[in-house]
Design a protein around this ligand. Structure first.
Ligand SMILES: *Cc1c(COP(=O)(O)O)cnc(C)c1O
Length: 469
């Protein structure tokens, strides 16, 4: 608290020194009786100097009467209401207006599982897109984002859409998959994979995953293939690439389409090739908690120009690309906006940096939790696989749900793994095999994977795991 206080009879340079030392950008100004006179920020001083003010001016001559404060009787909710993008720290006064406390908004009161990393050009490009007035689904960021992201995925064409689920649906419809067709998907995935198949009118065939990779099992795929099988959707779960050698050879042998679901694996590689470059059409999500984000958003990637053209038509109401308002097919409106694409384009500039940071976070978890015997981290040494870190994952043998509850009560947002699809009644009829999926789903949890996670939080997690084991 003392580090935040300066007497009003001192000079700006004194205040500035305090701000510099406390690294909070703010100092509370009080009189000799500790009554609050005002609040001074870094920015206030900067503006004062720019307007010709002198650093040896007495503070009381500089501060304004208008400032944000709270009283001791206000609730946490009232305090939060006073927090804004500009104001993250608020003085608290008693009934005599004496400074008694302060409230600081810190994201680490609650450690979320994911925080989008938007510290690059996101805001600049977003403003640029906004000021250009091209805020809808035409604009230069769309093509830039499509071109650069498909290039990043070592693939020829990108078609940006509204979200990852729609990307899967568009891929299925473009490949002509619908009523009467079967699509093989893993039991252990996020529900969107199954929903897209069902919305396409096809039948999902849910097969088990491998014990080591948690990804769809090629052996189970083989067993589940029928005359009706039209496609397989391998999901690179939690950043782990599927066994693409085996899957591609099955697809070839049976003449079946592959649609990779890369929603959790931007930048992962199999045999030195990026995921999203193997299948016929491959799908990404840019939801807020994914590796890179556009808020909501998705993209279909393909090497096949014909498929890309067909996707663009279906994405845009099925309208002819050459004859405006002429519709040859019944299409959709699946278009991404230029605003979203501007954010995505900036994210893409830093994707390698973002992936590196995520990997470093995972390594820190591994280091701190290395002595705990009843947990296993996600494998990262599978043949030909270069996984990426989406969310840090562990399997824990005992007491998972108690551990999750305890960590959540301390404000650390640990998440259980996805339920395996076969556990949910709405998907039950489509299950072919599910043994490993259920086990993995019941043992797994995700740790917060973001830059807020520091030593103290890691040690807290370690302590709680140790108590619970
Ligand atoms: C997030 C996700 C999706 C869906 O993406 P949205 O953008 O949320 O629609 C699909 N599949 C998997 C595996 C996902 O994790």
């Amino acid at each position: 608290m003392e580090k935040l206080i300066c007497n009003k009879n001192k000079t700006l340079i004194d205040a500035w020194k305090i701000i510099n030392a406390n690294a909070k950008g703010t100092v509370f100004i009080v009189d000799d009786n500790n009554k609050l006179s005002g609040v001074l920020t870094d920015g206030d001083i900067r503006r004062f100097l720019i307007e010709g003010g002198k650093l040896d001016s007495v503070i009381s001559n500089v501060i304004t009467k208008d400032f944000i404060y709270a009283t001791v009787s206000e609730s946490r909710k009232d305090l939060l209401a006073k927090i804004s993008y500009r104001i993250k720290i608020i003085p608290i006064v008693d009934n005599n207006f004496r400074l008694v406390d302060f409230f600081e908004y810190r994201t680490d009161f609650h450690i979320p599982v994911a925080i989008p990393d938007l510290k690059g050009n996101e805001i600049n490009y977003l403003i640029d897109a906004f000021l250009s007035t091209w805020i809808s689904s035409s604009g230069r960021y769309i093509t830039k984002f499509e071109d650069e992201f498909s290039k990043y995925c070592q693939s020829g064409y990108g078609v940006a859409v509204t979200n990852g689920t729609v990307a899967l649906l568009l891929a299925l419809k473009t490949l002509g998959i619908g009523n009467g067709d079967e699509v093989i998907i893993p039991d252990f995935t996020f529900a969107a994979t199954a929903n897209a198949v069902l919305h396409a009118g096809a039948t999902p065939v849910i097969v088990d995953v491998e014990h080591n990779s948690w990804c769809i099992s090629p052996d189970e795929i083989e067993k589940a293939i029928t005359k009706k099988t039209k496609a397989i959707i391998p999901v690179h779960i939690y950043g782990q690439p599927c066994n693409m050698d085996a899957i591609m050879s099955i697809a070839k042998k049976h003449n079946i389409h592959i649609i990779e679901d890369c929603a959790q694996a931007h930048g992962a590689e199999y045999d030195g090739k990026k995921v999203g470059s193997f299948g016929d059409i491959n799908c990404f999500s840019f939801f807020g908690n994914k590796i890179i984000t556009t808020g909501e958003g998705g993209m279909c990637i393909t090497n096949n120009k014909k498929l890309a053209d067909k996707m663009r038509i279906l994405r845009d109401h099925g309208m002819s690309r050459t004859k405006k308002y002429w519709h040859d097919v019944v299409g959709y409106n699946f278009r991404m906006t230029n605003l979203q694409a501007s954010i995505g384009f900036a994210q893409l500039e830093r994707i390698d940096e973002i992936l590196k940071e995520r990997k470093t976070i995972e390594e820190k978890y591994k280091e701190v939790l290395s002595n705990i015997t009843n947990i296993q981290f996600q494998r990262d040494n599978l043949p030909k696989c270069t996984k990426v870190t989406w969310l840090v994952c562990i399997l824990i043998n005992k007491n998972r749900d108690k551990l999750i509850k305890e960590l959540q009560e301390t404000g650390i947002d640990v998440r259980p793994f996805f339920y395996s699809l076969s556990e949910m009644p709405i998907y039950k009829n489509y299950v072919f095999s599910n043994k490993n999926s259920i086990e993995i789903s019941q043992k797994g949890l995700n740790f917060p994977t973001n830059n807020v996670v520091d030593e103290a939080i890691l040690n807290k997690i370690k302590e709680i795991i140790n108590i619970k084991k």
